[in-house]
Design a protein around this ligand. Structure first.
Ligand code: HEM
Length: 317
């Protein structure tokens, strides 16, 4: 009997170990040892030319991971028979900058290591590099994801919360992906970089009761009560283009740009975490890095599932 329990315990540990070991930072150390430097180099050029390109790629990573897991399904173009994820839900109308940049990085990775590195892993590395190049933390990215062979165009509308979401809906959307409310608070700090369209924050700056009056007046100048839907404003007006804790310093004074941003500091369950991050940039950086790793672990394809796409926009034929 004792032998049986011992064998069961060993089997359990092996299985537990295997699931933990599915993604690992050293996944390409033999098959493509230069992948990290190739991605870093390409991202560094792009972000130097246009800081928004880094923000765009970071957002793509989140939008990919939340719909069918981190499997590059978001990167697939529409086909005559299958609509992709790019044109639906919150992706509709987004600039193509991020997709174009991922293509450029993939081309360079393919030149170094043909057919080895998945688009899903390239996106995970590019998102990490974006954060770091804009002044934020860095971390070892667990790798070994494979690419989806089909998109989920309806998942974009159901799985990604919108800017009008309240705190319970935000927490529920993250919980549905196995992420905690602290992950929600930390990952939302990505809104320390990048921009939003007037259409995404109009009701916030005209109708919300918990908005700072001076901040609302300032934002209304660039975002009319009707029309001008595509006028842009920085998500973090305090330090736009800099990956720091400015986002939280805005929230504690009622200057969150999106309704969903301000929901994180509105007498709710993550107020304390927001206050911590607003006062302690290191605590934010450490939590952001850890939460990005957890986001990157959402339902990846591994082993022999999926494929290593040669062109991130289409499945291999
Ligand atoms: C918590 C729920 C979230 C909501 C409701 C939300 C919503 C939005 C909206 C409405 C925009 C502006 C889109 C536009 O007007 O064109 C935006 C931009 C952005 N989001 Fe989020 N987001 C959320 C979480 C996240 C997370 C977790 C990340 C990354 C880890 C992220 C990264 C970004 C970035 C970097 C931008 C700027 C993109 C650019 O400048 O092109 N967001 N988000």
């Amino acid at each position: 009997m004792a032998v049986f329990f011992l064998a069961a315990a060993v089997l359990f540990l092996l299985l537990a170990g295997r699931s933990d070991a599915q993604l690992s930072p050293g996944f390409y150390s033999a098959s493509c040892p230069t992948v990290e430097s190739v991605v870093r180099q390409a991202m560094s050029q792009a972000v130097m030319n246009d800081t928004r390109a880094g923000a765009a790629v970071l957002r793509l990573f989140y939008h990919d991971c939340f719909v069918n897991g981190c499997d590059a399904s978001l990167l697939l173009d529409d086909t005559p028979t299958t609509p992709g994820e790019k044109g639906s839900g919150p992706n509709a109308g987004s600039p193509t900058t991020g997709f174009d940049l991922v293509d450029a990085v993939k081309t360079q990775v393919e030149a170094a290591c043909p057919g080895i590195v998945s688009c899903a892993d390239i996106l995970a590395l590019a998102a990490r590099d974006s954060v770091n190049l804009l002044g934020g933390p860095s971390w070892a990215v667990p790798l070994g994801r494979r690419d989806a062979t089909f998109p989920n165009s309806t998942g974009t509308a159901t799985d990604l919360p919108g800017p009008d979401s309240d705190i319970p809906a935000l927490i529920a959307a993250f919980a549905a992906k196995g992420l905690t409310s602290r992950d929600l608070a930390a990952l939302s700090g990505a809104h320390t970089v990048g921009e939003a369209r007037c259409a995404s924050f109009r009701t916030r700056v005209y109708c919300d009761a918990n908005v700072s009056p001076s901040f609302a007046a300032q934002q209304q100048q660039g975002c009319p009560a009707s029309g001008g839907d595509d006028s842009l404003a920085p998500l973090d007006a305090l330090t736009p283009g800099e990956f720091d804790n400015g986002y939280y310093r805005n929230l504690v004074v009622g200057a969150g740009l999106l309704h969903s941003d301000q929901e994180l500091f509105n007498n709710g369950p993550v107020d304390g975490v927001v206050r911590l991050y607003s006062a302690n940039a290191d605590a934010f950086s450490a939590d952001f890095a850890a939460s990005m790793i957890r986001l990157g672990n959402v339902a990846p394809l591994t082993g022999t599932s999926g494929e290593i796409r040669l062109d991130c926009r289409k499945v291999n034929s």
